[in-house]
Design a protein around this ligand. Structure first.
Ligand code: SAM
Length: 280
């Protein structure tokens, strides 16, 4: 009889968020695969598990997959946890779970905290449809290209970002999505310095520039999708309109952009007005 591979969510800051079921699974597991044995040590000590620990991180996941799944095949109960939150969400585990399915093994989720859902649930932005983008590319050029691709996305967008890149990320977002787009910065969720700030991309950028403390800690950025009328502009038309707006009054820029792009003047005027009304 094969055993089971449990994918167990753990707290993202507040240890009280560990579910009773997660605790029970971790207590009775034969083996727990963890990203970092030292990091998870505190939590597992508090739980009082008898399980052996095995490190499984992005650099050794392929090799650990064999070890972990052979234990499951022998009938053991194995749990996978990450440093925080739900494994596989911007964390290791995909290679392991995919291979477990390929071998016909039982994979069971033990759901719980994830910064993505925690941030989305209190961002005050549409949640009926959303896209999770995880971490944007670290290099400016690649990040800007990715954001240009996402500028016409109508669903709410969720990003994870590192503290040392958040300001540059917000500046790039202002350039690609327009300064007026609504967004929420969710910082240090469930921890002592938990902060939620809602505003336009520009106002969030300015706040973080003024107050470096707001750049610290763990951050999720939730950004509203584009309004449909803005989506009517393709990237080239939007680029044209933005350039004209740098040197011309709104009405003239919209009129000239209409001649250059073949789009309706009113549409271009409305979109430009939307951008400008959000400027701080
Ligand atoms: N697996 C985790 C999850 O389910 O949320 C995410 C792991 S990812 C490597 C770490 C990133 O998640 C952080 O850089 C940050 O963007 C976000 N994050 C994790 N904990 C957070 C918290 N307490 N508050 C805000 N963001 C958090």
């Amino acid at each position: 009889m094969s055993g089971t591979l449990y994918i167990v969510a753990t707290p993202i800051g507040n240890l009280a968020d560990l579910s009773a079921r997660a605790r029970a699974v971790l207590q009775r597991a034969d083996l727990i695969a963890v990203e970092d044995t030292r990091h998870s040590g505190r939590l597992l000590q508090e739980i009082g598990t008898r399980a052996a620990l095995l490190s499984c991180h992005e650099h050794n996941e392929a090799q650990r997959t064999e070890v972990i799944l052979s234990r499951v095949q022998q009938g053991d109960t194995v749990a996978l946890i990450s440093d925080a939150g739900t494994p596989l969400i911007s964390d290791p585990g995909f290679v392991l779970v995919r291979e477990a399915h390929r071998r016909g093994l039982k994979v069971v989720p033990v759901p719980g905290p994830s910064a993505l859902i925690a941030a989305l649930s209190c961002a005050g932005l549409a949640t009926d449809r959303f896209v999770f983008e995880g971490f944007l590319p670290a290099k400016a050029g690649a990040r800007q290209r990715r954001l240009a691709e996402l500028a016409s996305e109508t669903r709410t967008l969720v990003f994870y970002e590192a503290p040392h890149r958040i300001l540059a990320c917000l500046a790039d977002l202002c350039d690609s999505f327009g300064t007026a787009r609504d967004a929420t910065l969710a910082r240090e969720l469930t921890k002592t310095y938990e902060t939620l700030v809602h505003g336009t991309l520009q106002s969030l950028h300015d706040l973080l520039q003024r107050d470096e403390n707001q750049q610290k800690g763990e951050i999720v950025l939730v950004v509203a999708g584009t309004a449909r009328r803005e989506q009517a502009l393709d990237a080239a038309a939007e680029h044209t309109l933005r350039i004209l707006l740098e040197d011309l009054p709104l009405k003239q820029a919209a009129s000239l952009a209409a001649r250059l792009t073949g789009l309706k003047k009113n549409l271009l005027y409305d979109v430009a007005l939307g951008w400008q009304s959000g400027k701080v």
